[in-house]
Design a binder for this molecule. Sequence first.
Ligand code: UT7
Length: 327
Amino acid sequence: MMKAAITGVHGYVPDYILTNAELERMVDTNDEWITSRTGIKERHILKGEGMGSSHMGAEAVRGLLAKTNTAPEDIDLLICATVTPDYVFPATANLICDMVGIRNVGSFDIQAACSGFLYALTVGTQFIESGKYKKVIVVGADKMSAITDYTDRTTCVLFGDGAGAVLLEAAEEGLGILDSIIRSDGVGQYHLFQKAGGSRYPPSHETVEKRWHYVYQDGPSVFKFAVKNMADVSAEIMQRNGLAGDDVAWLVPHQANKRIIDATANRMGIGSDKVMLNIHKYGNTTAATIPLCLFDYESQLTKGDNLVLAAFGGGFTWGAVYVKWAY
Ligand code: UT7
């Protein structure tokens, strides 16, 4: 069967850097707590009136088109994973296409919280495998600062803004996206969510006063599920593809907490030198963490490398993707 391959990756983070030192001046926290409990040192924040996730997504896609020598007219489909769309509608994918000059093709958003990029990658892959499309772009873009409560120390230290994008095309024999698992369980819906702004609790003075438009997270509950499910699903995809720890060149984990990442790597039997890590620089950028990792580590990747991408997030949602790197 024809497989899809990632044939290019690009990332973008905004200029402004929010350090742990600045957060110490905003809430009752300290660099030692943030570093030891999460691994985060700083995150990038998108400033500026009227700037949304599409701005960062478009920057990532522009860079991707340029470096892969691809004309906007050659793209057949664009999918954007985000929990911070510019608007409730239209889709952020529509806006990104407009900004970069991709016209008259399908584009839509996918929302699976921190697992959004793996969901979108899995969906995009189907269009290449079926032969329907030749070039598909998958974007993960989140402006988490738009829904972060900077008076809540339990969440405001965690998140940052950013975007990453990959190009999918037909793979050479034996390479590309070889397997994928996506899962969800609504048991998590009240542990990590934005309560208002949707159809259950539309925006009102009351929802604003109650701070229901910000991320709410019961951290320790999410932590327990995340450690178990991200490790389980990574082990499962290795097992069903006959991969031992030594066969894996890179774990590409969602960057929510360094302790969750370490637990996953341990379970997979791989050393920390094979784990992509950029949480110290960007914090948790939700749908952007995995493509930003691929972007940061692109020069260290070799054709044929076995990569396991893994994520866990709100919903709950989680998943893993097995990639044999194609360039
Ligand atoms: O990406 C989507 C999925 N999300 C995740 O995977 C996140 C999962 N959860 C986590 O990563 C962790 O639960 C957190 C990093 C959010 C929190 O770490 P924790 O080790 O679970 O800490 P905790 O919430 O149990 O809090 C421990 C203590 C509490 O104080 P007491 O009750 O022991 O006195 C908190 O109030 O740390 C306190 N605390 C803080 N102290 C300083 C909470 N936030 C802070 C802070 N600075 N920013």
